[in-house]
Design a protein around this ligand. Sequence first.
Ligand SMILES: C[S@@+](CC[C@H](N)C(=O)[O-])C[C@H]1O[C@@H](n2cnc3c(N)ncnc32)[C@H](O)[C@@H]1O
Length: 449
Amino acid sequence: MAKVTTTRLKNSKPSRKTRETGALYSTLEKSDIEQLGTFADSKQAPIHRWFQYPAGFSYRAVEHTLDQFEIRPGQRVYDPFAGTGTTAVVCKGRCIESFGVEAHPFVHKIATVKVKWDYDFVELEKQAQELQFEIQYTPQHADAIEIGDVPELVRKCFSPRNLKNLIHIREEIAKTSEPYRAFFYVALTCALRQASAAATGWPYISPKSRIQERDGILAFHKQVALMLADLKKTPPDARKTAAHIILGDARATEMEQDQFDLSFTSPPYLNNYDYADRTRLETYFNGFASSWGDITEKIRSRLIMSATTQISRNRFEVDNIISDNLKTLAPALAAELQVKVNRLSKLRNEHTGKKSYDILVGQYFNDITQVLNDTYRVMKRGGNSIWIVGDSAPYGVFVPTDDYIAEIGLAAGFREAKVQQLRTRGDKWRGNTQRHHVPLSESIITLTK
Ligand SMILES: C[S@@+](CC[C@H](N)C(=O)[O-])C[C@H]1O[C@@H](n2cnc3c(N)ncnc32)[C@H](O)[C@@H]1O
């Protein structure tokens, strides 16, 4: 079988297999490379900046990759974990057709609006003005809104006046027609954290720490103006390029086989990050969900395993957790994973939190294996599948996620796998005695079919 080749940074955890190799981003400065796995660049960039999704990566990583592999209009790009659509937005800007799959319904909606550029701009501006007029001149409607039933988390984020105004905007938006309604819905969603009186820096909402509240009406109008300005700057010839964002499951898509020249993605990391919980303010405000159970049913249960909050222990056989699929494809790796799972089961009983990291690790790779199988199926021969991913060390047990994904990719049929480290991470916890001290990093994996 082909081998994984790995390029690592100095002073980081040694790879299972180390061999120097041509690096994907060798032409970039080190400081630029370190940013590629983060959302920092995208915060400033037109369209990407509409919604600050903490799980997003840099749009520049997609640009460099398209350049590197000389992907052109007429070819097709795939992102199995589309999130808020960074890959899709970059491809569209270059008139390259793309497909993305996203399982979180609310995040899917944001991505869908970010890739719609072919509005009738005169009509969109007219509707924005009418909405502004309606909101400004019917304050009595806001006064009459009852907020007693609004979920507590949302009430804690805004003063009653501001909350009533925001709900008033939402009700006026509901009266508009598509496609404008979805555009305004996203604008209002994006304005929520800007207006909040609670410290709502992503990903956490902390209603106890108060900050200066901003007028929700103003925040909404500013957001609409910014989105309109960004849309008008999009290249006219790119506006009709198809960017398909599919609400679905990357483990089993119904897409045709052998169709993509490139895939570029970042899966959920194995770091106990609960995507469903992190968008709670937005989903509660919009009435998409109103309780933990609701979020579990509508969001959490649809996502691949990446957080212990997704786990009910009685559904898993911990001492035989690795799927038959993974055992058949990569028996040695499956056995190694089961050993880590068993170790985590023991460690779990020694920690007060008793986190189910054992199940998390086993099921994460079962799910990833399914995604790799499906991604292999839909890629063209010769096509490359690029994954940005971080490794992890639950309860101090090091899990080289990058190497494991590369190995499973080879077992799934890819003929070559390269791992290049982008940066070390997790340094901010260094002084914390409760945390493990295993050096962690973020890598980019290239799988070639
Ligand atoms: C690291 S984020 C990707 C962020 C994305 N690159 C962006 O630009 O916003 C991973 C995404 O995978 C999604 N996801 C989790 N399970 C999934 C599944 N089974 N199928 C498709 N998407 C899934 C999560 O909801 C999350 O948005």
